[in-house]
Write a protein that binds this ligand. Structure first.
Ligand SMILES: [Zn+2]
Length: 375
């Protein structure tokens, strides 16, 4: 659910947060909660304000990740707030292990800073209610900071461990493999701890820990799947994998001649170029635009999709970005065009499948010396 923007980054709330929000407000307003000295008719209001402030604290935590990322020129696509904090979806290509560790550390550091500030407010506050709210926020921000430092992907602590293993083993994929197994182990340990709490009578804490364990294990698995898919694509550039251009036509070629060429060469699409410059793409369905006109008398440039309307990629575009662009495109292939509008080649869905199949082969084989490709 999109609720707004922060630094232009879309801010979303997962439905689980609404449930937790309500639970939290009810829990905090109970007798025996942190606000039991406050008159019962005010308690619900104070609890709601406190939980809203906590929401702002989580937001500041996430915004610190985003702003350190921005410092390194790494964009954040969106921030989603979940039951146990938030997740900033950042571009993960082009980031170094050091930058990843710094971005991850920024969040817990922000939470600890808020905790210190809240503790100061609690100490100096002239009104007891303010002191109680601030005291509770101080405690919760310490919890938030510590929870996020759990060495489990995709929590901040897990990202720091991931960056460390990445740096030591010099392989992002190996680091992800390590942290995903490690996170599952942490998840099982938490689950064991939850069962222990449950049977020793701490039922509510047990349920909380079990939920966290479930979250940790589920996330570790999905992060690994994403990494398997996006890792090889994110590190490959279109220039290295594109198919060469075999056929090309001049813009003044007639439609009937263009159709003939495409049928003979068995191509669904043919680029229209002049002096190396790409002017457009003609597909078989474009000839439907001819209507009643004679295909011999109409140049192909009249029916083609013009350059300005084409979704295209640069030779330096990563295969990952190209996949996303292909999804937006009406065509089954994307032209790879350099800065001078010159057509270099095409990338298709098959290109991406090839990269993934090759990466899978690589993982099965004992690792090759760097720079050596299997024959
Ligand atoms: Zn964080």
């Amino acid at each position: 659910m999109l609720i707004g923007r922060i630094f232009g980054i879309p801010l979303r709330v997962d439905w689980s947060w609404i449930i937790v929000f309500t639970l939290f407000v009810v829990m905090l307003s109970q007798a025996g909660g942190p606000f039991e000295t406050i008159a019962p008719q005010w308690r619900l209001g104070v609890a709601a304000i406190t939980v809203l402030l906590l929401f702002v604290c989580v937001l500041i935590h996430e915004a610190s990740h985003a702003s350190v990322g921005r410092l390194y020129g790494i964009p954040t696509h969106d921030i989603t707030l979940f039951a146990f904090g938030g997740v900033s979806h950042m571009e993960n290509t082009g980031v170094t292990p050091g930058q990843q560790a710094a971005i991850a550390a920024a969040g817990p550091l922000a939470s600890f800073a808020i905790a210190a500030l809240s503790a100061l407010v609690a100490y100096l506050a002239p009104w007891p209610t303010l002191a109680q709210i601030a005291g509770y926020l101080a405690l919760m921000n310490v919890v938030l900071g510590v929870f996020n430092l759990l060495p489990s992907y995709p929590l901040d602590g897990g990202r720091i461990v991931h960056a460390l293993v990445w740096k030591l083993r010099n392989s992002r994929t190996k680091a992800t493999e390590f942290i995903s197994v490690f996170s599952t182990v942490i998840g099982f340990m938490l689950m064991g701890f939850a069962v222990l709490l449950f049977f020793t009578g701490a039922v509510v804490s047990g349920i909380w820990i079990a939920l966290i364990a479930w979250f940790v294990m589920r996330s570790a698995k999905s992060e690994w799947t994403v990494e398997l898919l996006t890792g090889p694509l994110g590190h490959t550039h279109c220039a290295d994998v594109m198919d060469p251009v075999t056929e090309r036509l001049e813009p003044d070629v007639s439609c009937s001649q263009a159709m003939q060429t495409m049928l003979t060469a068995q191509r669904r699409v043919v680029p229209i170029t002049h002096d190396e410059r790409l002017l457009g793409l003609a597909t078989l369905s474009d000839f439907g635009k001819l209507g009643e006109r004679d295909p011999n008398g109409v140049p192909v440039s009249e029916v083609m999709t013009p350059y300005s309307d084409l979704i295209r990629v640069a030779p330096s575009t990563t295969a990952l970005d190209a996949v996303k662009r292909l999804g937006d495109s009406a065509h089954a292939q994307l032209p790879v065009v350099d800065a001078s509008q010159s057509l270099q080649g095409f990338v298709t869905r098959e290109t991406f499948m090839r990269i993934l199949a090759f990466a899978q082969e690589q993982r099965k084989k004992p690792s090759l010396p760097p720079g050596v490709l299997p024959g």
